[in-house]
Design a protein around this ligand. Sequence first.
Ligand code: XIL
Length: 375
Amino acid sequence: MELMETGRVRPTRRTLVRAGLGALGSAAILDAGSAVDEEPGLHARARRRGLFFGCEVTRSEFSDPNLRAAILRDCGVLVPGNELKWGLTEGVRDRPTFEAADAMIAFALEHGLKVRGHTAIWHISLPPWVAPALKGPDGLALVDGRVRGLLSRYRGRIGSWDVLNEAVEPKDRRPDVLRESLFLNAFGPDYVDRAFRVAREAAPDAKLFYNDYGLEYFSPGEEERRSGTLRLLAGLRRQGTIDGLGIQSHLKVGNDFRPKVFRRFLAEVADLGLDIHLTELDVNDVRLPSDVAIRDEKGAEHAARYLDAALDERAVRGVVTWGLSNRYTYLTSPPYRRADQLLPRALPLDEDMRRTPLWSALARALDAAPDRPPG
Ligand code: XIL
């Protein structure tokens, strides 16, 4: 591969790509504008090292044939971003709907992609009826049923699950560092072990993950979140119901990343016998000026330092970005969006599905990663 000084991949031969056939019908031929060169995609490169690469996508974004084609070029793993969350699968109690997730999962499997399931238990994106129901007499059965129903439904289709998302919160100042969520308030800290026990029973072949953010940087708060997370993981490990940690990896240029500190944390997780997935990588560029070239350069540089440290740990088995194209990123939503209202340069492809310097940073980090045993 020929890399220019900026980290951009020099286009070799441009070609039209036929894609998006199959599950969603119609022969979608990419616009000439989204033509790409023929460098191997990110998953192909990851696979050479025994790793995977994938992305998150939502159902509405998924109707864009250019995005589907881009996913097929770069990804070996697909994550439905919202469609498996409780708020979307059961907006009305006892009327589960899985159409959106099923369509995306069918597409992934037909094209040979694997699926990460996100997420069985989270204190956000809940249907409105859940909060009051948890306090009722069948509250526990309700949560058991959610975990069991979801994981057993996708047995054989979803190989890895974020069983529990964001359950650690040092700001809540509990000795066990658990978040004061509505689950904790209803059932006490045992709800964590219980969710994983039920998940293991429901899908004995699936890899079960705990997933969280705020684990990446050097700060007192993140240090506390790392130690709280290790404590939670150790408990689940003793119980034998967890296989891995998902580190969300929502990066922010300007934050203090210390490779040694992060690397030590990864080693501690690996010492528990757990796998690690980077599950939601994107790059927040709100602290950078509008200039695209500057944002691309600084963002790629920041991500490269992070990825080099992360992929050096063999327990890290792969990377998922939260979105694939800057056209579709949750970083445009209010708390995160840029003051100048420009699209963030957050993801490996630009809004026309062209590769950005972040794509090149990912490609180089994957190329340089030590080989993993196949698994
Ligand atoms: C986000 C989605 O991207 C948004 O579309 C949705 O409105 C809110 O959730 N951490 C997680 C993800 O684990 O589920 C979140 O996804 C982003 C932060």
